[in-house]
Design a protein around this ligand. Structure first.
Ligand code: AMP
Length: 348
């Protein structure tokens, strides 16, 4: 893993007046470029030639410049550093770059360590437990005694997940060798999008910095969502969990207090385990009928659900006079860090 010192020494060579924001043209990049444009920060889209036309068709969302690549797994590090670029790791970025991300010699917004913790299921559980989050019970194939969800490693987007209720059903349905088996929690899914700034004040105070609730979504997953339609039509559906989009969520205001506390605990734990969590993150959870939240994942980066709110959300309007997306918030944080000479606090 490339050291923080190495990244910060690269950063030292940057012309701070010419910093650009770069990301792969996918996932949340329109929002990131749009937000950076609103903050007057120049942007670079790392793009396959065949996708450029699509990005060019959104004049306020496209990047100012492109670096055309043959494959998203080959990030042009040298070129990006020459351009004073700070990379924003979104979901597709993490997915496409894979293991190479550990040694990518380009300054990255946030704490690179947090992506390592989110990407390793054992570490992720340790983080969630240390944060005091309630998590669904885990089972082995032999101990399954209730409806459980079987998750496959790296199956981002819930593809290939199945529901089983007994050891026999597990044996019949699951062919893979690597999996985790988790109690199936019934309730409503809630994915709050947070932003933690170690260099700001004014939000929810945590570790001397400020935690903000940017927005909330839940994912649209085929075919579990709306499966009641098929069921009523007399079609028997085997539930699947493939993410196809997102829809917005607003919570009962009394639940927001708990949401803030959970986010704060995740940040505090990140300081105990790996030196902090600057930038956007999301805790994926389910709220049960007795109003208990069960968390099943933390995303230590911008999540796709924030794309619902390029012009701000029903939460950001209480913190900002202008439309504030998570993408714009990132650009503002970078600008502020430059101004305060604290870029090192938000970059690794
Ligand atoms: P994940 O890959 O962990 O984000 O899970 C993908 C999807 O599976 C989630 O968005 C939920 O719809 C569903 N899911 C995950 N864990 C559970 C659980 N323990 N109980 C019920 N549904 C779950």
């Amino acid at each position: 893993m490339i050291t923080k010192e190495k990244i910060h020494s690269i950063l030292k060579g940057y012309d701070k007046k010419k910093i650009k924001i770069a990301s792969i043209c996918s996932h949340t990049s329109l929002q990131l470029f749009h937000g950076a444009r609103q903050e007057g920060v120049k942007t670079i889209g790392i793009c396959l030639e065949k996708y450029k036309k699509t990005y060019d068709s959104f004049p306020y969302g496209k990047p100012h410049e492109y670096i055309i690549v043959d494959s998203y797994s080959d990030i042009p590090a040298k070129e990006l550093v020459e351009e004073n670029a700070i990379v924003i790791p979104h979901g597709s970025f993490v997915e496409y770059v894979g293991k190479k991300l550990e040694n990518l010699a380009v300054p990255m917004f946030g704490n690179r360590m947090s992506l390592m913790w989110e990407g390793d299921r054992n570490k992720l559980f340790e983080w969630m437990k240390d944060s005091g989050l309630q998590i669904p019970r885990l089972f082995t194939p032999e101990t399954i005694d209730r409806p459980c969800i079987v998750k496959l490693p790296g199956a981002k987007g819930g593809k290939g997940y199945t529901i089983v209720s007994s050891p026999a059903e597990f044996k019949r349905k699951v062919r893979e060798e690597k999996f985790i088996i988790q109690e199936y929690i019934s309730g409503v899914r809630v994915y709050p999008h947070y932003f933690y700034s170690p260099i700001s004040k004014g939000g929810y105070e945590v570790n001397g910095g400020s935690l903000e609730l940017m927005s909330i979504d839940r994912r649209l997953e085929t075919n579990i969502d709306e499966s009641y339609r098929a069921t009523l039509a007399g079609v028997k559906v085997e539930p699947s969990f493939t993410v196809i989009g997102n829809e917005s969520v607003i919570l009962r205001e009394s639940l927001v207090r708990e949401i803030m506390e959970m986010g704060a605990n995740v940040v505090k734990s990140s300081y105990r385990l790996f030196n902090g969590l600057p930038g956007p993150f999301c805790v994926e959870m389910i709220c049960t009928e007795d109003m208990k939240f069960y968390a099943f994942e933390i995303s230590a980066r911008i999540v796709a659900g924030t794309n619902l709110y390029p012009l701000g959300s029903p939460y950001t309007c209480y913190s900002y006079k202008e439309p504030m997306s998570t993408g714009r918030r990132i650009a503002r944080e970078i600008k502020r860090a430059v101004k305060l000479n604290k870029l090192e606090s938000v970059i690794y």
